[in-house]
Design a protein around this ligand. Structure first.
Ligand code: FAD
Length: 498
């Protein structure tokens, strides 16, 4: 007989979805016995060190879970607080056009303008979401604005969820100052006060009705120890909420399909990734991009016409090296200019397609199946062309870009950019495409023929199993997703015991 513990509610995963769900649930229902099971270690701001190499431990696969065809690497956190421990804190509301599709095609009628705006007003107030003043713009952000202005591209200011930010530019390595208002600073301290039990280094393997099968592992060095012994456990619970993120929630469901008698073909399907190029232009002199806040401005000018956003970004040495194209001497030449680089993050809106999926092999290992669609390739190439023009309009002297006939492209090439950068030069196996915004896989909807969960987050055909994370998204939300995940988590929590 395995070790057994009993709860009213078990939440699998302490990231954006899991922590938000638990926060709203415990605010309403004071007497529930609740556990959060987190496969990552218990780290907090004291464990973060702004060291790019050691911080890879905060992520699955050191920061890149690769698709089977090796075209794209997905960054996802495996630590207490999940993605909120490493996200940049860029805060967007879901676009109305996306919510219209979710209502009209998937029956998410609860997402009325009134519910969405009231809920997000409260969430943003709780997380101190605000626009950063322009005196926080570093030179990278200023150059982006100057280049866009010369090209008559309208620029908007980003909103960020920080309090007393110390401008360490370490958001993606864990916020050492605790300024970022993710789960580690906002929800988890509240949940501990309310008596929620946390089990870290606790990996859920599968679930059945009212049952969770887990392995508790040794805590890594310099992280807080577990409060139960290592080993296999079977936890019992009236309700089970899977909030393990897009890369993992479908895996748990697929491994549990037999026990739950699930035959739904949509499990793990319709994954979208928001494919990203993080690219650099080389300026004539050193520029600051690690002061102020890494990213303060963006443009959505090309969103409706060409399917992408451009955001400013700061990326550290290793990540910049990974993202720049070329090998050997060419790559060395590129990286010599690291201190002169301005950077742009291209985020393409990808369509939800059945064939893009999370599946498992015979050993139960996760496989990410993702192929860039022709439409995404077009968006990315157009985004590279427009970014190259922006780099040169900002005063950059050269840029090394994927999908380019020439390396580097020089200022004098500016009038030929649309022919020098082309899909015919896009070699996906030599191109550093990444993702930090996986979505879908356990879509929410009224109709089980195109979804996995009902509109209350309950997995169709089950009695006690719910999902509450970005895997609920029926389609890509097209913007940085954390506010939308919180919105859905709030809804699922509010309705669980009605
Ligand atoms: C570098 C980076 C920067 C980002 N910046 C932004 C940004 O600025 N703005 C924005 O909106 N979004 C941003 N994001 C995306 C955002 O962080 C994610 O969309 C969000 O965290 C997803 O929430 P989630 O609840 O779906 O999953 P997560 O937050 O990933 O939480 C899932 C949790 O489940 C745990 N888990 C997984 N499997 C198991 C298991 N079997 N058993 C137990 N626990 C398990 C994981 O360890 C993790 O803690 C960023 C992401 C990254 C990686």
């Amino acid at each position: 007989m395995k070790n057994q513990l009993e709860f009213d509610v078990i939440i699998i995963g302490s990231g954006v979805g899991g922590s938000t769900f638990a926060d709203y649930l415990t605010n309403e229902h004071k007497n529930l016995k609740i556990a959060i099971l987190e496969s990552g270690p218990h780290r907090s701001k004291e464990n973060f060190n702004n060291n790019e190499i050691t911080s890879t431990a905060l992520y699955y696969n050191s920061g890149a879970v690769l698709s089977k065809n090796l075209q794209i690497g997905v960054a996802a956190a495996n630590t207490l607080g999940g993605g909120s421990a490493v996200y940049t804190g860029v805060s967007f509301r879901p676009p109305k056009s996306v919510l219209n599709v979710w209502r009209d095609d998937f029956g998410l009628d609860f997402l009325t303008n009134d519910y969405v705006s009231k809920s997000l007003d409260a969430i943003e107030a709780d997380l101190s979401v605000h626009e950063l003043p322009s005196d926080w713009d570093n030179q990278n952000n200023q150059l982006f604005q100057a280049g866009a202005e010369r090209l008559s591209i309208p620029v908007k200011r980003l909103k960020i969820n920080t309090k007393n930010c110390q401008q360490l530019s370490s958001c993606n390595f864990g916020c050492q100052s605790g300024a970022k208002q993710g789960a580690l600073e906002v929800q988890i301290p509240r949940l501990l006060k309310r008596g929620v039990q946390f089990f870290c280094n606790t990996e859920v393997i599968s679930v059945a009705e009212n049952t969770v099968n887990v392995i508790v592992k040794e805590a890594p060095q310099n992280t807080i120890k577990n409060n139960i012994d290592n080993g296999n456990y079977q936890f019992k619970s009236k309700k089970i909420i899977i909030a393990a993120g897009v890369l993992n929630t479908p895996v748990i469901l697929l491994k549990s399909a037999k026990a739950l008698r699930l035959k739904n073909k949509n499990i793990g399907r319709y994954i979208t990734l928001h494919p990203v190029f993080n690219i650099n232009g080389v300026f004539s002199k050193n520029i600051s991009n690690n002061t102020g806040f890494p990213k303060t401005v963006y443009t959505d000018y090309f969103s409706d016409s060409d399917g992408f956003f451009l955001e400013t970004s700061f990326y550290s040495l290793g990540i910049t090296a990974k993202n720049n194209p070329g090998y050997g001497e060419l790559h060395q030449e590129v990286m010599k200019d690291y201190k002169k680089m301005m950077s742009i993050l291209i985020l393409a809106h990808d369509k939800a397609e059945f064939k893009n999926s999370i599946s498992i092999n015979k050993k139960g290992e996760r496989i990410l199946n993702y192929t860039l669609s022709n439409q995404s390739k077009k968006s990315l190439v157009k985004a590279l062309q427009e970014s190259a023009k922006l780099f040169f309009a900002a005063g950059c002297e050269k840029t090394f870009l994927p999908a380019s006939k020439k390396a580097p492209l020089l200022k004098r090439d500016v009038n030929e950019i649309d022919t020098l950068i082309s899909e015919k030069y896009l070699n996906l196996n030599k191109t550093p495409i990444s993702s930090a915004h996986p979505q879908g896989g356990s879509r929410m909807g009224v109709d089980a023929s195109n979804s996995v969960c009902d509109i209350y987050g309950k997995v169709h055909g089950t009695k006690s199993i719910y999902v509450c994370d970005a895997s609920l998204f029926p389609t890509s939300v097209k913007v940085n997703p954390y506010e939308t995940i919180m919105l859905l988590a709030k809804w699922v929590a509010e309705n669980m015991f009605k």
